[in-house]
Design a binder for this molecule. Structure first.
Ligand code: OAD
Length: 246
């Protein structure tokens, strides 16, 4: 990506209400594997339905639990990168800023973002597979997955699996932000998984502008007013510095 379009820089600086929608690409520079990239993506190595569905958990609960334990350890070792941090800086400059993420890695929160709308849950949280209630402590050393201390059902990560509903409050919050946004900044998502991928279209339908940051084109690209080809860690700091040069 060469020069930033001046009208984009002006639109960013002027916008009072911005929504950012992030996906796995923003954490790629922290060493977290994305999902769909040909060589390195998680789904290149594993079939999603073997690991990220309620059926997989019923059939192979230990395998699914251990796969998420591995991803949790990757997330714990990873550090937030300049892309995550730039969104914290943007939130400080925009009167009404909402960060919506599909990521479960907690890196936005560790970078300092507050009130992150988590559409797909958070890998650090655990809940009861029976009643869905949060569980923070359990007996270690027994079976895997560990069992709910309240009812004895297996515990599961508090993430959304394929075929499951998204958390209703997060979806409602994200929808309101998308409708109100003058500008929707879409960073590091293949824009293939709905309803998350619909959010920028909602902004567009309500008269807002869509800005995409991604090294590759996506199905969203034709809908974007600007599609910036580059890595989040390069493009986002340049955008912020151009819009707020002080
Ligand atoms: P994907 O793996 O589908 O897409 C990652 C996107 O990030 C791709 O479009 C890459 O081109 C882009 N990308 C890679 N490196 C980047 C970088 N440094 N800067 C910016 N962009 C970069 O991941 P998601 O779109 O997040 O859901 O996937 C959406 C959902 O599908 C996930 O939340 C997950 C998955 O299945 C569930 O598990 C429910």
């Amino acid at each position: 990506m060469d020069r930033l379009p001046e009208d984009l820089v002006n639109a960013l600086h002027r916008a009072r209400r911005i929504m950012a929608l992030t996906g796995a690409g923003i954490s790629a520079e922290s060493g977290m594997p994305t999902f769909r990239e040909a060589q390195t993506g998680l789904w290149a190595r594993f079939q999603p339905e073997e690991l990220a569905t309620p059926e997989a958990f019923e059939r192979h609960p230990r395998r699914v639990w251990e796969w998420y334990a591995w991803r949790r350890s990757l997330a714990a070792q990873a550090r937030p990168n300049v892309g995550h941090r730039t969104l914290v800086g943007l939130a400080d400059r925009v009167p009404d800023f909402t960060l919506v993420t599909q990521n479960v890695d907690n890196l936005h929160q560790r970078a300092g973002s507050r009130e992150v709308v988590e559409l797909h849950g958070n890998i650090l949280r655990t809940r009861c597979s029976q009643d869905g209630g949060p569980v923070t402590e359990w007996a270690d050393g027994g079976t895997l997955p560990p069992l709910c201390p309240r009812c004895g059902a297996p515990l599961r990560p508090d993430v959304v699996w394929f075929g499951e509903a998204l958390p209703a409050d997060a979806v409602a919050h994200a929808w309101r932000a998308a409708e109100a946004a003058e500008l929707c900044l879409v960073v590091g998502t293949s824009a293939l998984v709905h309803p998350a991928a619909s959010l920028p279209l909602v902004t567009r339908e309500h008269g807002g502008l869509v800005v995409e940051v991604n090294p590759e084109p996506t199905p969203l690209t034709p809908q974007a007013a600007w599609s910036l080809r580059g890595r989040a860690g390069d493009v986002l700091p340049r955008l912020l510095a151009a819009a707020w040069p002080d």
